[in-house]
Design a protein around this ligand. Structure first.
Ligand SMILES: [Zn+2]
Ligand SMILES: [Zn+2]
Length: 775
């Protein structure tokens, strides 16, 4: 075998063998030098933020302060590429980086006429010079040639061409055809005319003396010279040439596009230099939203309400279609640079729908379940309603639609504040996740920091059958963690409640409810009227609106219903204009049943007032209604009996409302009539072992401060059972006062630990312990 090879080799002439060896040796040497002195094959580009239709929204300078906007040969007008190749390097597609014919010609010209070594530069060699500028010397020319070979070795022709069109100098800090197209002509490079194309092909030869906007006249002369020359080579038709020759040149230096500054800066910070971000932003929608925001916020400014932010989400792609961080980025007076979509603000009541959806999934409520809206004390925390009034008993659906605070806090309390807060963390609320351990019940009323973007993501998951998708800024983003927050049934039930039109958060001056877009929505107003929110959704879109002041100043008039909701409705009117939209379909698992209207629970024999409701079989509570209970009384109904003291004759049984002590206390205080159970038989000797009256003031375990020297009094109140007539207060086991269950009792405390007891007329007793300190 070896012999055969030798014999074959000896058949090859000696000179050919030597040449082959020389080429091989040269190639190995090239590879070694290439490895030791690697050629630069990439450049840093400007960060570009593109809209949904790939048009440029916003661009940033590179880290070396250049406008160098990345583009590819296939993304510019093909005539531009043809012009460049014909003008600069006709054999570009064929040579290996150096054109031997033109090198030879240039050498000859140099020797014979003593001319400067020029004219032999290929496009590849020009790219080398643009990547690594060097002085023009013979030695550097040789380095450039070697570098050109290296570039051709590592890159394809199209990759070299791409570097070329992105590095062409246009004077100042403008590089590349895309930057030049935007900054001088204000348009995308695909849209350049023939005259503009030749202009941009001519300038890089002499960018200092051909500055667009300064030397336009000189440029036109140069342009027309080349137009004629290239047309002679068949690049344009005759008719096109005369049009191009007569085209005026009105180019001037413009600002780079600076649309959507809040979003763009956010993405630039996240993506860094050199990145092109393909967003979901819908240009037309964005400008509509900006217009709505401006016209809505202008009249508010006289009231001291100065700013607003809007975000629009596509519920299907989870992409952000519009993003307006403030009413005007340049309005420094109103801190317009602050990004209201990302800023942390208090959500007011806007988190309540999530709470109700979680409660539905835990079987605590359905829309018809009765909740109590009465003054309550949650371990010292006493929520108030927005309008400072309480409504007694009402359905969960109404409590959510009316955005009442006590039923919401009571539900959160039943579910556990920790549970609710960790569910919010799971839904993507970062501040809550960080502070979760120190947060309590107040979160449900807005005692936390949330961003408009996080709120929009939460509501978008109601539109996605309870599935929580991370929102997407860019099309290249890999989708993050997808999680089920609530069941499709709970999402649907909450959507039904939030779609109702009988509610207080309709803007008071909104023209006509009939013209409202069909959406589910919730408003929120934060403590101190600092933030107004309105977030709404239909199957296609979720829109979040925030209105307020970036300096956190509250305004007495500010309310989600009056200021944020109108913006929401207008944005939805634009979104749904001339579009037929389908509504959410009721999940198949939801069934309907009859429940007692008094409690919202499946009826007992005594329930007569029935309503139909949606419920989730296997999830919603099956507990029977207990809105009434059987009581033994004397014939007149003046005394009630228990089984121990029930006389053998002369009694009757009657049904009385079975009300919780706290509700009775509320009815007594508000003088709301209700059917009272007669006081218990005074002669009864039974010792009742149930719990005693509920002490509603003061709070067990709390410390109370009294001010030195003052005879400050503390208030004692309780809520007792319906059959209780009298209660007895004890301070440190010493009898203090007899009172009616609803009566307010005051006492003057001494500093130190104090035990307070309350017994009712059936000897049921409750104790609390407090500490009183002097200040
Ligand atoms: Zn009932
Ligand atoms: Zn009795």
């Amino acid at each position: 075998m070896r012999n055969l090879y030798r014999r074959y080799l000896s058949a090859v002439p000696r000179w050919a063998r030597l040449t082959l060896r020389a080429i091989l040796a040269a190639f190995i040497l090239f590879v070694i030098i290439d490895a030791i002195f690697p050629v630069k094959t990439s450049v840093e580009y400007s960060c570009q933020i593109l809209a949904n239709d790939s048009t440029l929204l916003h661009s940033f300078l590179t880290s070396d302060d250049k406008w160098r906007m990345e583009t590819s040969p296939e993304d510019v007008n093909p005539l531009f590429i043809r012009t460049l190749i014909m003008k600069e390097d006709r054999w570009f597609r064929w040579h290996p980086g150096i054109n031997p014919v033109s090198v030879a010609r240039a050498l000859w010209q140099n020797i014979s006429k003593g001319e400067r070594f020029s004219g032999a530069s290929t496009i590849t060699m020009q790219v080398v010079r643009l990547l690594e500028p060097r002085k023009r010397t013979y030695f550097n020319k040789i380095i450039e040639m070697f570098r050109a070979l290296q570039l051709e070795f590592h890159l394809s022709k199209d990759e070299i061409l791409k570097l070329y069109i992105n590095l062409l100098p246009y004077g100042g800090n403008i590089e590349g055809v895309r930057a030049a197209s935007f900054l001088y002509f204000g348009q995308e490079p695909q849209a350049l005319s023939q005259a503009q194309i030749v202009t941009l092909a001519v300038i890089p030869n002499n960018p200092y003396n051909l500055r667009l906007g300064i030397h336009n006249e000189r440029i036109v002369g140069e342009r027309n010279k080349w137009l004629r020359r290239l047309s002679g080579k068949g690049l344009f038709k005759q008719g096109e040439l005369s049009d191009a020759l007569s085209e005026p040149l009105s180019a001037f230096r413009r600002e780079a596009p600076k649309d959507l500054p809040h979003l763009s800066i956010r993405l630039h910070n996240a993506a860094g230099y050199g990145t092109t971000v393909y967003t979901y932003i819908d240009r037309q929608l964005q400008s509509n939203v900006e217009e709505i925001l401006r016209t809505e916020i202008n009249p508010c400014r006289s009231l001291g309400i100065t700013n607003a932010a809007v975000v629009v989400v596509d519920n299907r792609s989870h992409g952000i279609l519009a993003y307006t961080g403030s009413a005007g980025f340049s309005e420094t007076m109103f801190s317009g640079q602050v990004d209201g979509v990302a800023a942390l603000r208090s959500p007011g009541s806007a988190l309540k729908p999530f709470l109700y959806a979680l409660a539905i999934d835990r079987g605590l409520i359905t829309a018809k379940t009765m909740l109590t809206d009465i003054p309550m004390n949650f371990n010292g925390y006493r929520p108030q309603n927005f309008d400072q009034t309480f409504r007694g008993l009402l359905t969960a659906g109404d409590a959510l639609a009316l955005s009442l605070n006590v039923p919401a806090v009571e539900l959160a309390n039943r579910m556990g504040a920790d549970f609710f807060n960790s569910e919010l963390a799971r839904a993507g609320f970062h501040w809550i996740e960080k502070k979760r351990k120190s947060l309590g019940l107040s979160v449900v009323l807005g005692g936390c920091g949330v961003s408009l973007l996080e709120m929009s993501r939460l509501f978008s998951s109601f539109a996605n059958q309870g599935i929580n998708f991370p929102l997407r800024f860019s099309k290249s983003e890999i989708s993050g963690h997808v999680d089920t927050l609530v069941s499709p049934e709970a999402a649907w039930m909450v959507t039904e409640i939030l779609t109702g039109l009988k509610r207080p958060d309709l803007p008071t001056n909104f023209d006509n409810a009939v013209h409202l877009p069909h959406i589910a929505w919730k408003t929120g107003t934060s403590y101190g009227r600092r933030d107004a929110w309105s977030i709404g959704y239909n199957p296609e879109y979720t829109v979040g609106v925030w209105v307020g002041n970036f300096n956190g100043e509250g305004v007495p008039e500010l309310a989600g219903s009056d200021f944020a909701a109108p913006v929401l409705f207008k944005v939805f009117t634009v979104l749904t204009y001339n579009k037929s939209s389908t509504w959410f379909r009721k999940p198949a698992k939801i069934d309907f049943r009859l429940v007692c209207a008094e409690s919202g629970l499946p009826p007992s024999d005594f329930c007569t007032n029935m309503v139909m409701e949606d419920y989730i079989p296997g999830v919603s509570s099956n507990r029977k209604c207990t809105h009434l209970r059987t009581v033994f009384t004397d014939e007149q109904g003046a005394v009630s009996y228990c089984r121990d003291c029930l006389p053998p004759t002369g009694y009757r049984t009657a049904l009385y409302p079975d009300l919780p002590p706290t509700l009775i206390a509320f009815y007594e205080q508000e003088h709301i009539p209700y059917l009272k159970i007669p006081p218990h038989n005074p002669a009864c000797t039974k010792v009742f072992r149930q719990e005693g009256p509920l002490i509603t003031s003061l709070t067990d375990g709390k410390e109370y401060i009294i001010y030195d020297g003052s005879k400050q009094q503390l208030l004692l109140t309780c809520a007792a059972g319906a059959d209780v007539n009298k209660v007895y207060w004890y301070i440190n086991d010493k009898f203090y006062k007899q009172a009616a269950p609803s009566e307010k009792v005051f006492f003057t405390p001494e500093p130190g630990k104090i035990k307070i007891s309350c017994s009712d007329d059936k000897a049921r007793n409750s104790d609390i312990r407090i500490t009183v300190s002097e200040f």
